[in-house]
Ligand binder design. Structure first.
Ligand code: PGA
Length: 250
């Protein structure tokens, strides 16, 4: 595992955009694993800026998002499909049929999970997977549990995640209780993983995830097992971790 530290949020977004842009230039038809939440927004803005100034062509990439709320259609403003349209897809040249997100309104969520995993496989697997980290250590919607789920699956959100995400809804009651998410196994299959973390509030869980025992009680700890996982943190988020893992020059 490699730790890269930037002074602030803008710095990690710039570095993340460089890593994504390098991958896309090296392999224009690469498969990107994307994430929602507040942390990746600045990265997406950087990718949009690079597309707009003509230095980045995204027309051949395929994208797979980590997760989607159950019960929300893609045109619901709190769905992750909507989030991705507004924060990235509407502003770049990825053909819509090359952007993939699990359907939150599939009649049979288990079948939707199987379809999603098969689609990822048929595209050759994920080249670079972007992640944020929840305050409880979740990655995607892999919540603290007693086992690591392998593939995409239906999951129940914890009360703390529902509470954290209620900031985007009119009330806590409106937050969906379930989601479809890629599993820890799906995430580990990515050739490269890039986890972004910003702010003092992530310092403790980031340190515990990367230096504590590998346990499904702290889902992000599974990343310790990946051979090419990069942790990109600002100084506040890295403040505890960097005492144990020396930051890399790049
Ligand atoms: P955040 O969420 O980027 O809004 O902090 C991260 C997550 O919950 O995975």
């Amino acid at each position: 595992m490699k730790l890269i530290v930037a002074p602030d949020y803008a710095g990690i977004c710039e570095k993340a955009a460089n890593i994504f842009a390098d991958e896309i230039r090296r392999n224009p038809a690469c498969v990107l694993g994307l994430a929602t939440g507040s942390t990746p927004v600045g990265l997406y803005q950087q990718l949009i800026r690079r597309y707009q100034d003509g230095t980045l062509d995204l027309s051949h990439v395929q994208t797979f998002n980590l997760d989607e709320y159950c019960g929300l259609a893609g045109d619901h403003p709190q769905s992750y499909r909507w989030f991705m349209q507004k924060n990235l897809f509407d502003h770049v040249n990825i053909p819509p049929q090359q952007t993939h997100i699990p359907s939150g309104i599939a009649d049979d969520p288990e079948e939707e999970c199987r379809r999603y995993d098969a689609l990822i496989e048929s595209c050759g697997g994920i080249d670079i997977q972007l992640l944020g980290i929840g305050h409880n250590g979740h990655i995607g919607f892999n919540e603290p549990d007693d086992h690591f789920p392998v593939g995409s699956h239906l999951t129940r959100l914890t009360d703390s995640t529902i509470q954290a995400n209620s900031r985007f809804f009119a009330s806590e009651d409106e937050v969906p209780t379930h989601a479809i998410t890629m599993g820890a196994g799906s995430i580990l299959k990515a050739k490269k993983i890039l986890l972004m973390a910003s702010g003092q509030g992530k310092a403790e869980i980031l340190c515990r995830s990367m230096t504590g025992p590998v346990t499904p009680a702290v889902p992000a700890s599974v990343l310790q097992l990946h051979r090419d996982a990069v942790i990109l943190a600002d100084e506040a988020a890295a403040s505890l971790l960097c005492r144990i893992i020396p930051p890399s020059e790049e």
